[in-house]
Design a protein. Structure first.
Length: 220
C-alpha cells in the first residue's frame, strides 16, 4: 500500500514532483502540516516515509463492504432475485466473468476490446503507447469492478457515461475498428488495432436480461 501511495507523487503524468526532497520541502513550508505530522510521528520536520505512511493509512479506509460482499459471504437476502439473475448472466450468457473474476473482479490481464479510436481524435493504442511493442497495440488492463456504479464515466477514456452504454458496447461484441479511408487501412498498426480479443462476441440479451445484468452491476 505504501509503495502505491509513493508512485503517483513522482509520476510525470500525475503529481509530477521532482524528487523526495521537493515533496518534503513543500510540505514543511505549511505550518499546519508540520504540527499535524509532529503530533503523529514526532520530530521537527516532515520526511517522505511519513507522507507515504499517512497516505496509505487513509487509503486503507477508502474500501467499504458492498451488498455483493454480504451476499457472497452467505447473507443471501442482500441481493434481490433480479440481481441474482444478473449474477448468473454475468457468469454465464453475458460472458463478463471471462475477464472479471476473483476478489477484485479482474483477471489482471490486458485485452484489446476495440477502443483504440485508431487514427481518430481519441486515439489511444494502450500498452503500446508506453512499451512500444506492436503486440501490445490496443491492449488495456481489465479494470476491477468494485463500486462500479460510483466510478462513471466508464472505460479507460471515460467515453461511456452510464453502465447501460457499457452493456450495449459488449452486446455488439466490443468495438469494431474500421479505417477512415484506404490509407489508414494500409498502416502497419491497423490490423493489430482491429484484432480484438477472441473472448468478445455479439450477445443476444433480452430487455429483461439487460436490466437484470445492470441491477447486478450496480450492486457491486
Amino acid at each position: 500500500m505504501t509503495e502505491q501511495a509513493d508512485g503517483p507523487l513522482f509520476n510525470p503524468i500525475e503529481m509530477a514532483n521532482a524528487d523526495e526532497a521537493d515533496v518534503a520541502i513543500r510540505l514543511n513550508k505549511v505550518e499546519s502540516y508540520r504540527k499535524a505530522f509532529s503530533q503523529i510521528y514526532g520530530g521537527d520536520g516532515i520526511v517522505l516515509t511519513q507522507v507515504t505512511d499517512a497516505l496509505a493509512a487513509f487509503e486503507r479506509h477508502l474500501e467499504r463492504a458492498t451488498r455483493f460482499d454480504a451476499f457472497a459471504g452467505g447473507t443471501r437476502r442482500r441481493l434481490s432475485d433480479e440481481e441474482i439473475w444478473g449474477l448468473h448472466l454475468f457468469r454465464g450468457k453475458a460472458g463478463c466473468a471471462n475477464c472479471h473474476f476473483g476478489p477484485l473482479l479482474t483477471d489482471e490481464k490486458l485485452h484489446n476490446i476495440g477502443l483504440t479510436f485508431f487514427q481518430r481524435r481519441l486515439q489511444d493504442l494502450g500498452l503500446f503507447e508506453a512499451i512500444g511493442k506492436t503486440a501490445d497495440v490496443g491492449h488495456f488492463r481489465t479494470p476491477a469492478l468494485r463500486h462500479l456504479s460510483a466510478t462513471a464515466p466508464h472505460m479507460h477514456n471515460g467515453v461511456m457515461p452510464r453502465l447501460r452504454n457499457v452493456i450495449a458496447f459488449y452486446e455488439q461484441g466490443g468495438g469494431h475498428i474500421r479505417p477512415r479511408n484506404e490509407a489508414d487501412g494500409k498502416l502497419p498498426l491497423f490490423p493489430l488495432a482491429a484484432a480484438t480479443s477472441d473472448l468478445l462476441g455479439p450477445l443476444d440479451l433480452s430487455k429483461r436480461e439487460r436490466q437484470a445484468l445492470l441491477a447486478f452491476l450496480e450492486a457491486l
